[in-house]
Design a binder for this molecule. Structure first.
Ligand code: PAF
Length: 281
């Protein structure tokens, strides 16, 4: 596995692979890898000749006061995991290489970034699209794999790629969960034992809403309230949002007459967790 830490070196490697006619698959991450990330890498591996994983905690997608400084990092452990999956190259640049002095170029996707996390974390998606666009220029992938846990991020990146005619195939991978239902996330490390237990309420809230859909419920407000009631059982859970929105556009919906995404964000202790389920009428 090649470990590459400069933009120039990564571009050279990507150019060489492209000259050799090899298909490059890419998984961008912020490190502190878990099984969910490894599934994305296995997916990329099954569809490409060379897999690149980036590890970069991107400062521009964290608002002031968020967890940029304390975001968990463990490069040694990450390298072991990457080797175990058979990744070909890891790209782990320094902040100064990605955002050199005088940096002033940003990519912004409009409508789809407005609700949900976009409303709660101003500037977040601007940081995500900027770094992902830049990583695409550096890694030059034919395809890139993103997790559906970050549902709004996935839609935003698909929109950016379509709007800017980026020649990258975007592949969404289903949410990877712990055996008890908790969606895998690097931020789960923030949870104490008691909080970890209450964090299960997110997936339980989604399951309750799905159950109601199966029983014939179609009113968005009823589905959202049912999910909220489950979350409210947790004394350490503070709901950031719980909304049902059109699964393709993220526009509001009153009735589940087409696929909708029930998107949840909640603080459990200090950890802000997100989860979602696509509900189909
Ligand atoms: O999902 C993430 O880990 C990040 O938002 C990403 C896509 C690596 C961009 O920094």
């Amino acid at each position: 596995m090649r470990v590459i830490d400069t933009v120039a070196e990564m571009q050279q490697q990507a150019n060489q692979w492209r000259r050799e006619g090899l298909v490059i698959g890419f998984v961008p991450t912020m490190g502190y890898l878990h099984q969910g990330h490894l599934e994305l890498m296995r997916c990329a591996k099954s569809k490409s000749d060379r897999v690149v994983v980036s590890i970069f905690v991107n400062p521009t997608q964290f608002a002031p006061g968020e967890d940029f400084e304390r975001y968990p990092r463990d490069l040694e452990r990450d390298m072991e995991l990457l080797r175990s999956v058979g990744v070909d190259a890891v790209f782990a640049p320094a902040v100064a290489d990605m955002y050199p002095e005088g940096y002033q170029t940003y990519v912004e996707v409009e409508e789809v970034t407005r609700p949900l996390c976009g409303a709660k974390r101003p500037g977040h998606f601007r940081g995500v699209t900027t770094v992902v666009a830049k990583l695409f220029h550096i890694v030059k992938p034919h395809l890139a794999v993103f997790g559906e846990k970050d549902y709004q991020q996935l839609l935003t990146i698909r929109r950016m790629v379509r709007d800017l005619a980026m020649d990258v195939d975007i592949i969404g991978h289903p949410i990877v969960r712990e055996p008890d239902g908790l969606a895998m996330s690097s931020r789960n490390v923030y949870l104490s034992e008691g909080e970890r237990h209450e964090a299960l309420l997110l997936s339980q809230a989604l399951a309750e809403a799905s159950r109601l859909v199966d029983a014939g419920e179609r009113t968005a407000a009823a589905l959202v309230s049912a999910a909220q009631r489950v979350l409210e059982r947790g004394s350490r859970v503070r709901i950031d949002y719980a909304e049902l929105r059109d699964a393709e556009t993220l526009q509001e919906m009153d009735t589940l007459d087409r696929p909708g995404v029930l998107a949840l964000a909640a603080y459990v202790g200090k950890a802000r967790l997100i989860d979602n389920a696509v509900l189909r009428p």
